[in-house]
Design a protein around this ligand. Sequence first.
Ligand SMILES: Cc1cc2nc3c(=O)[nH]c(=O)nc-3n(C[C@H](O)[C@H](O)[C@H](O)COP(=O)(O)O)c2cc1C
Length: 176
Amino acid sequence: MPPETAPALLDLRGRFVEGMARAATFVSVITTTGAAGRAGVTVSSMTSVSADGTEPSLLFCLHHRSQSTLTLLANRGFCANLLHENQQGAADLFSGRKNIDGAERFDQIDWAAGQNGQPILGGATASFECDLGTAVLWETHYIIVGKVTKVHLSDDPAALLYGQRAYRRAVSMPKT
Ligand SMILES: Cc1cc2nc3c(=O)[nH]c(=O)nc-3n(C[C@H](O)[C@H](O)[C@H](O)COP(=O)(O)O)c2cc1C
């Protein structure tokens, strides 16, 4: 390990970032459309909250300065698209790595309007249409909770992962 990244030399923030980089998370694209416009953003923070509330619910964290955040909060609806393992291109597109911004990102991929009109990405392994439940601003990020109204499931459940600063796929462990 190069000296500058040796954990012992990192401050609290650096150790936090390094610790979190070791977690393999799945990768989703949050899409939204409505009166405030169309937007999409790649996140690794999407996770389940509860299957057993009035509706199932999920959450993710979005930077408060992201244009997509403002659009989503104004539209009050979105779709959380869990990417398939072959969709690294979509993850790069919606994280700005292809230098295409805003609604123009949607010209580069297949998508269709869902039940609530929210964009469902073609090929996603699961897509969760949501109404905005709540959004809590915690310092730099909004914690956004969605009330799930419909779930679309593809035939292939293989989800794209991100961990140790690279895209990954899940493989089964041999039984012990
Ligand atoms: C794998 C991956 C995971 C990401 N996860 C998050 C996340 O959970 N929350 C967040 O605010 N940004 C996350 N980002 C960064 C955003 O995708 C990126 O800043 C995005 O372009 C911001 O949206 P904007 O272009 O509309 O401002 C992630 C990027 C990548 C590549």
